[in-house]
Ligand binder design. Structure first.
Ligand code: KG4
Ligand code: ZN
Length: 319
């Protein structure tokens, strides 16, 4: 629905939520083989994001909670991504959960940041650094658009990069040699756009694969380098990945390799748990419900994350 526009169109998103909320709820209950009566509580994403879409979900959840007399808790989308690593699936080999404390690299279409996680409560998550401009996934999407590859860009670039030569086309490295935990991807994105301006969209498949490989290599280099820097700085033994970009094959491989070399455990969520999904929201909500929390009377939406943020867009670290 959004593909034709090269990005999310807020009005279309909220209208679509309105149309799909009920049917999706029924389908999920059917698939899980439960009825609403079997459910202990309701979790709903309430931030950060577009208020139109968030409000549709929050109102549906509040209505359900009221009608069934069950507690409802709001979940921060980013907390969902951070905890996705705790999900397990009956058809996949079980992976022992990461031990606390850990450093988490969260890279999605809207956010890219490093966190120190000491526990599963909001106050136990501290941002170490974030992007000053584009999120990593946003860079994938914008580069894909410049190359005429459609939206979202991550999966298609991932696939093409596999057969490309990352050294065939010279692109600048994002924030070279800076020992900071902040990210910047807009320069790299502009670099690719300039290359397309100068050379035109790649006419042959190999050049297209090479430009994808060069771009992806630089994004992954930066993400892995900064994640390892954060782990060393915090003195923890575990690195966790999360967010849509954590589905990237090269990022997963390189993070594992870097962890092995440094004697650290790297834990990556299942592929299906990396990109947006409701299971991670249910799990994050469960941790709140288990503490007896209930937002029935107070639940609202917010465009901002509830996590403390230290990086200012465009300018970098506060203070
Ligand atoms: O977490 P997510 O599903 O939604 C947001 O919260 O933003 O992340 C979506 C982002 C998109 O920018 C998409 O291009 C990117 O994740 N993505 C990937 C891959 N799969 C999805 N980026 C790189 N490689 C992938 N395989
Ligand atoms: Zn997400």
């Amino acid at each position: 629905m959004h593909a034709a526009f090269g990005g999310i169109v807020p009005e279309l998103a909220s209208r679509d939520h309105l149309k799909n909320g009920g049917p999706v709820l029924h389908a999920a209950l059917d698939k899980a083989g439960v009825t609403l009566a079997d459910v202990d509580g309701i979790a709903v994403t309430c931030r950060p994001g577009l208020s139109g879409a968030l409000l549709v979900g929050v109102q549906l959840a509040r209505g359900l909670a009221w009608a069934t007399d069950k507690p409802v808790v709001g979940v921060d989308h980013l907390v969902g991504h951070l905890l996705a690593v705790f999900l397990s699936y009956p058809d996949l080999a079980p992976v022992p959960p990461p031990e606390l404390p850990f450093v988490a690299l969260l890279a999605s279409g809207g956010h890219t940041a490093l966190y120190r996680v000491d526990g599963l409560e909001l106050s136990q998550v501290r941002e170490l650094g974030a992007t000053r401009d584009d999120a990593a996934g946003e860079a994938f999407d914008k580069v894909a658009k410049a190359l005429g590859l459609g939206y979202p860009g991550g999966p298609v670039i991932d696939r093409l990069a596999k057969e490309g030569n990352p050294d065939a086309i010279p692109l600048a490295r994002p924030m070279p040699s800076r020992a900071t935990l902040e990210f910047s991807f807009s320069g790299l994105k502009t670099n690719v756009a300039r290359w397309v301006e100068a050379h035109g969209r790649p006419g042959d498949d190999q050049t297209l694969r090479d430009i994808c490989a060069a771009f992806q290599r630089r994004v992954v280099d930066t993400l892995v380098k900064k994640a390892m820097l954060a782990v060393r700085q915090e003195g923890v033994q575990t690195l966790v990945l999360g967010g849509g970009v954590a589905a990237n094959r090269e990022l997963r491989e390189r993070a594992h390799a870097a962890g092995e070399k440094a004697g650290l455990r790297v834990v990556v969520p299942a592929f299906r748990a990396c990109t947006d999904n409701a299971a991670m929201i249910a799990f994050a909500g469960l941790t709140r419900l288990a503490r007896g929390e209930d937002d029935s009377d107070t639940l609202t939406t917010s465009p901002r994350t509830a996590l403390e943020t230290v990086t200012r867009k465009g300018r970098g670290r506060r203070g």
